[in-house]
Every structure is written in structure tokens, then in C-alpha cells.
Write a protein that binds this ligand. Structure first.
Ligand SMILES: Cc1ncc(COP(=O)(O)O)c(C=O)c1O
Length: 422
């Protein structure tokens, strides 16, 4: 059967960004089933034994408590499960000296849903017919933003400035405030901090500056904190979560070991929260409550924040160090390679200036030596202008073992050498 699809139907039934590449990766792995690949493409977090145990323990407590029936056998409020909202308010008030009430918090089925609600509640066509933009102030950024807007023309990203350390072969993106336009045409702003794919962390000042530029227009700024403290605390550099009247602090429990349970959390002004809550009621009524109930226990006991710092962060930070050291040893100095400063998240981002091939060709060459990465071009959603840099980067996941990462980087160095010698 071939149903006639609407414009939105067509658009939403496409695989966008990295999903399209994942299809190629899955097909490669299937077609060459006997071959051992070093897979450095995965976005799925590693199952860490201490974290799995935490979720098991919380589940056992839930099963043993009279709360169980109330949690799974009944509908609840669209805003989220009460004990989870309370646990978050208490934790954040204590930790950051805030004064949050339950009205400041919304639980969504994963944080991706949150960006979808926001991009369509604040971005898109206004009643006046004006197109309100969803602005990504620093491209590259999370590929998932590429599919969130029902009016794709509303998604607008800005090229960054590059801070390069030629000798050390390192670089860092910074927002280009000379280009960034936040006006009455802006509907909302989204950026990830720490950033997937680059591992960049916008400084507190940069985040505050973006919020200040948006404030006069009452534009909500969503700081995607999927990798931020207090959990999963995947920041390798100091950073302070930012709060403010036009800021929505958006968390995800996916990288804290619960991606299967789909838990996103928005913290911000009750008026913004209410808009998103109503959107959610229309979309799916509410998030599943089992995951919320175990998350309430892990947050209220302080265990999640503690394990994030003592287990999750060191696990990935160590792997970044392995990657960095191996590249420094194996890469020829004569090649213009630049590793993005590893400030957080679970990825490394590598840029080859003047790469004499595309990122896609480079990805194919790496497959030939048994290494799978993600070509970088899919991480520039909303950036329409031509920019050679878009085809010069790759994303390397830190979810493989340290030995695989080291071996993968050695093979990558050999491929880079041969590509630059062509
Ligand atoms: C930066 C960023 N934001 C949001 C998400 C979506 O996370 P979830 O919907 O699982 O909360 C991801 C997932 O990888 C991510 O990397």
C-alpha cells in the first residue's frame, strides 16, 4: 500500500542527518558479517556495571513498594510523576541555590521530544504569518535538531569562529557574535553544552551572552544539557549550569544510563513549562512512569549525581585521553589535522584542513581498514551556506574499548597519511 503523504508526512518520514548514515553502517556490518570492525560510530552509551546496578536496585525498591501499582497501572499528570519532579526541585535548589517549585519542571519522553515541542511551539509560522526561526547559534551541533521543525525553513544555524593551535594540532569552536542575529524573527534558540558532536563546552559567559541577546525579545533559550552536570556530568572542564527567566535548562537521563526509559527534563519559567506541557498532552499525554519512578529514587538518594562524577565521567574522560595520546603519536606532523578540545560528551571531533577528499570518501577509506566513524557533514543542521569545513570533519565515538580506540586511531593515521599523499 502506498498512502498519499502530506507535506509534513513526507518530511517526517525521511531519515535525517545521522540516521541516514546509520543505515549505511548497519548495512556494512550486515554485508560483511564475518569481518571484525572497530565501530567508532555508536551514540549509544556504554552499559557501566555500577550504573546498571543502580537502576536494578531502584527497580527492586519500586517493585517491593506499594507505589508500584500507582506508577504503572494508572495514568498520571502530563507534567510528570510527582516524586520525580519533587526530587529534581530539591536537588537543584540545594545544589545551585535556586527556588524551583514543581511548576518549573516538565518531564518528557526523552529530551528529543522537548526540542520537537519547542521548535514548533516557539518556532515556525506565527499567527501573523511571520516565520519565527529556531536558531542554532553554533554549528556544528546535535544532528537530531535537523528534524525537529515542522517548518524546516525555520531552522537557521550560524558558522562559528575557529580557534586554532597549529603546533598542538588542536582547535576549538566559538560562537561568532559578529554574525549571530537574534531579532523579533527569532522564535527560540537551542544549543548543546557539552556539545554532541564536538565535545565543545560554551563558556558560562558565552551562554549568558546568548541569553542576554535573546531576553529583550522574550525568546526562550534551550540549553541542551544532555551531557552536563549534575548528571551525567560528562564535562571534562569546569562549567556552571545556567538558569534565568528566558532559559530552559534541558536534561536527559539517557547518558546517565537510562536511554531505553526515555526521560527528558525541562527546568525553567512556569509559563514556558506550561506551553510545552500542553504540547505534550496533545502529542502523547505523558511520559511513561516506570522510568520516572526509578529516576526519582536515584536522584533523591544523591546516588545518580555521585556515580555520574565517580564512574560515568572518568570512564569517557580516560578514553578521550587514550584517543588524544594515540593521535599525537601516530599522526604525521605534516598533515593539517586538528582535534577539537575534549571538553565533554562522549565523542571526539577531528578536522582535516584542506582534506583532499570529502568526509564521506574518508569514511569509506576507513571502512576499508575496518574502522567505522561518522562523517561530519550531517552535524551541520540548519547551515545552508557552502563551507568546505562541513566536508572535512569526522566524529569518533568514545563508546568502544580503550584498546579499540587506540587501534582505530593508528589505522586512521595511516589512512590520513595516504589520503594526503594522493
Ligand atoms: C546533544 C543531545 N541532545 C539530545 C539528545 C537526545 O537524547 P534523548 O532524547 O535520549 O534524551 C542526544 C542524544 O544523543 C544528544 O546527544
Amino acid at each position: 500500500m502506498e498512502p498519499a503523504l502530506t507535506q509534513i508526512g513526507l518530511q517526517m518520514s525521511q531519515r535525517t542527518g545521522v540516521r541516514a548514515i546509520m543505515k549505511d553502517i548497519i548495512e556494512t556490518l550486515r554485508a560483511e558479517a564475518g569481518r571484525e570492525f572497530i565501530n567508532l560510530s555508536a551514540g549509544n552509551p556504554v552499559i557501566l556495571p555500577e550504573i546498571e546496578q543502580l537502576w536494578r536496585d531502584c527497580t527492586a525498591q519500586l517493585l517491593a513498594s506499594p507505589e508500584y501499582g500507582e506508577v504503572v497501572c494508572r495514568y498520571g499528570s502530563s507534567q510528570g510523576y510527582g516524586p520525580l519532579i519533587e526530587a529534581i526541585a530539591r536537588d537543584f535548589n540545594q545544589r545551585y541555590g535556586l527556588n524551583l517549585s514543581d511548576r518549573h519542571i516538565l518531564i518528557t519522553p526523552g529530551s528529543q521530544a522537548l526540542y520537537f515541542y519547542a521548535a514548533n511551539a516557539f518556532g515556525g509560522y506565527a499567527a501573523s504569518g511571520q516565520l519565527k526561526q529556531t536558531v542554532l547559534p553554533l554549528s556544528p551541533d546535535y544532528t537530531g535538531y535537523g528534524g525537529v521543525s515542522l517548518a524546516p525553513e525555520a531552522l537557521v544555524a550560524y558558522k562559528p569562529t575557529l580557534e586554532k593551535d597549529e603546533q598542538a594540532h588542536r582547535f576549538k569552536y566559538r560562537p561568532d557574535f559578529s554574525q549571530l542575529q537574534i531579532t523579533e524573527q527569532t522564535g527560540c534558540i537551542i544549543f548543546s553544552r557539552p556539545c554532541n558532536p564536538t565535545g565543545n563546552v560554551l563558556s558560562d559567559e558565552e551562554a549568558q551572552k546568548i541569553a542576554a541577546l535573546a531576553a529583550p525579545y522574550d525568546v526562550p533559550v534551550l540549553i541542551d544539557s544532555a551531557y552536563a552536570p549534575p548528571f551525567p556530568a560528562l564535562n571534562f572542564t569546569t562549567m556552571t549550569p545556567q538558569f534565568g527567566s528566558n532559559l530552559l535548562h534541558c536534561l536527559s537521563l539517557s547518558k546517565a544510563g537510562l536511554p531505553g526509559e526515555r526521560i527528558g527534563i525541562a527546568i525553567g519559567d512556569p509559563q514556558l513549562i506550561e506551553v510545552l506541557e500542553c504540547f505534550q498532552t496533545n502529542a502523547c499525554i505523558h511520559s511513561p512512569r516506570y522510568g520516572q519512578a526509578i529516576a526519582a529514587k536515584a536522584i533523591a538518594s544523591g546516588q545518580l549525581a555521585r556515580l555520574a562524577q565517580t564512574v560515568i565521567r572518568p570512564h569517557y574522560q580516560h578514553k578521550f585521553e587514550v584517543l588524544e595520546t594515540t593521535l599525537d603519536e601516530a599522526m604525521p606532523d605534516s598533515i593539517p589535522w586538528f582535534l577539537h578540545r575534549g571538553e565533554g560528551a562522549i565523542f571526539a571531533w577531528l578536522w582535516f584542513e584542506n582534506l583532499p577528499a570529502t568526509d564521506w570518501d574518508f569514511y569509506q577509506e576507513l571502512k576499508k581498514v575496518g574502522v567505522i566513524v561518522v562523517p561530519g557533514a550531517s552535524f551541520f543542521p540548519g547551515l545552508r551556506e557552502d563551507w568546505p569545513h562541513k566536508q572535512q570533519c569526522i566524529r569518533i565515538s568514545l563508546t568502544a574499548t580503550p584498546a579499540e580506540i587506540a587501534e582505530g586511531m593508528k589505522r586512521l593515521a595511516a589512512v590520513a597519511r595516504s589520503v594526503f599523499q594522493r
